[in-house]
Design a protein around this ligand. Structure first.
Ligand code: TRP
Length: 452
């Protein structure tokens, strides 16, 4: 088994997520938190919360506290534009962010870290600043296609935007960490370029609301005009929630440390919520990626390509012969199609049925692949349709700062909560097999089959 490595630049091996969040000092999302989420927001928990896919957080409760009191909060996430098209795994944090935007009626800022990609890939890929900046706008279309509300969303290229208030915060963070600390948190060292060493502070600074006073604090308290006509924001901050894949957490540990040090100046620690990685088609030992040799589902793949990739590559938990499969059934934990259905088949009753039929051997590997292809094709087809409707004007509007944003909050009627025993099964402890447990004999047989 490959050893587990998780840094913002490298994710390797089969990941023990509970160990990982313990190491990172984060908290698992359990049924109790999910119940409170539903109670406060009056919105049903997203299937990815229920099923333990968004499985970890830091201070989500503080966001719920503020929301409950009617206070404004905002969302921040980002994307390092490194490829022409994004793949299915990239979409997970953004689809969930869209759900959070709708749930909290919150303003969202999205950092396109084209500078980060130039620092970390420019030299090895032989690409220029302009190349990564161009990818910002390409990738932004894939992001916008998730359905973000343009009146509540601001997308920015770091190259084009890192000045003013945002830059002042970056400078504060830069000035609060030593090189040794950067080395300890990120494993960067003196063989790295200057750009790489300073980069982390640039990812932290959008997590403070006074980085965007014109958007987040329109009516707030400002200083007198400075000689150049600008003003500084001197009012209270609002809280930030950052949805992300778990590998990005080190940045926000640093962002929280900084806020703690600067709390006398009104800084608030950003809250975080983390997703697991979508596994590679090739097997649960790797995440979906566009840089390695793993087979990948791209967002511009044709439906035909999706079908043939899944049929050819999707690692199967089924057995070698029909006879063996009928006897021992399919292994849900290693079956990639089943893992994808946990993401994309929202209906617990439908998924439960699949789990039991596949585990018992009644459903064959080809059949579960076919079902997975249907669900994944639907997601990707919808994505492509949505992307094709993005006009240059819409794209430009997302990147425009000086415009009206919509701060309104919908009134929602109270939703009915589940029994506590139902919540007990939600979150990290979710029974991903829906009770379809293999027998001792099957376990014994399967223990010899897999090496990861
Ligand atoms: N570093 C991220 C990447 O490589 C991009 C990013 C920038 C980001 N700011 C963020 C991700 C904030 C999550 C939250 O893709």
């Amino acid at each position: 088994m490959t050893e587990q490595v998780v840094t913002p630049w490298k994710v390797e091996g089969k990941i023990d997520y509970l160990k990982l969040i313990e190491r990172f000092g984060c908290d698992p999302i359990d049924g109790k938190l999910i119940k409170r989420f539903e109670k406060v927001t009056n919105v049903k928990a997203h299937p990815w919360l229920r099923r333990g896919i968004f499985f970890s957080n830091k201070d989500l409760n503080s966001i719920l506290d503020d929301y409950e009191k009617g206070k404004q909060i905002y969302l921040y996430t980002g994307r390092g534009p490194s490829s022409e098209v994004m793949h299915l795994g990239h979409l997970i944090p953004f689809m969930f962010t869209k759900y959070l935007q709708d749930t909290f009626d919150a303003i969202l800022v999205i950092q396109m870290s084209d500078d980060e990609k130039f620092y970390f890939k420019g030299n090895s890929e032989g690409k220029r600043v302009e190349d990564y900046n161009r990818l910002t706008y390409e990738n932004a279309k894939d992001i916008i296609a998730c359905g973000f509300n343009v009146d509540k969303t601001y997308i920015f290229s770091n190259f084009k935007t890192c000045g003013g208030d945002l830059y002042q915060n970056t400078v504060r963070v830069l000035n609060s960490v030593t090189g040794n600390k950067i080395k300890a948190i990120y494993g960067l060292d003196l063989d790295c370029t200057n750009g790489q060493l300073v980069w982390p502070s640039f990812q932290c600074s959008p997590a403070y609301s006074n980085s965007f006073p014109d958007i987040l604090h329109k009516d707030g308290k400002y200083s007198d005009e400075l000689p150049d006509g600008s003003k500084s924001y001197v009012g209270e901050h609002i809280r930030c929630l950052v949805p992300m894949a778990i590998d990005q957490d080190p940045y926000f540990r640093m962002a929280r440390d900084f806020a703690d040090r600067y709390k006398h100046q009104g800084y608030l620690k950003p809250s975080t919520i983390h997703t697991k990685f979508l596994v590679s088609l090739g097997g649960i030992g790797a995440k979906m990626s566009s840089s390695g040799n793993e087979p990948t589902l791209y967002l511009n793949d044709t439906m035909k390509e999706i079908k043939s990739k899944v049929n050819k590559y999707a690692y199967s938990g089924g057995k070698e012969t029909l006879e063996l499969h009928k006897k021992y059934g399919g292994n849900l934990n290693v079956d990639v199609s089943y893992q994808y259905l946990l993401y994309f088949c929202d209906d617990d009753l439908v998924l439960r049925d699949i789990a039991h039929k596949y585990r018992s051997g009644e459903m064959l590997s080809g059949e579960i692949k076919k079902i997975m292809i249907e669900y994944v094709s639907k997601i990707i087809q919808e994505h492509q349709d949505s992307k094709s409707k993005i006009t240059p004007e819409i794209l430009r509007k997302f990147f425009t700062r000086n415009r009206e944003f919509d701060y309104s909050r919908k009134e929602r009627s109270e939703i009915e909560l589940e029994e506590d025993s139902v919540y007990d099964n939600y979150g990290v402890g979710f029974d991903r097999e829906f009770g379809a447990k293999p027998s001792e004999e099957v376990l014994e047989y399967e223990s010899k089959l897999y090496t990861f």
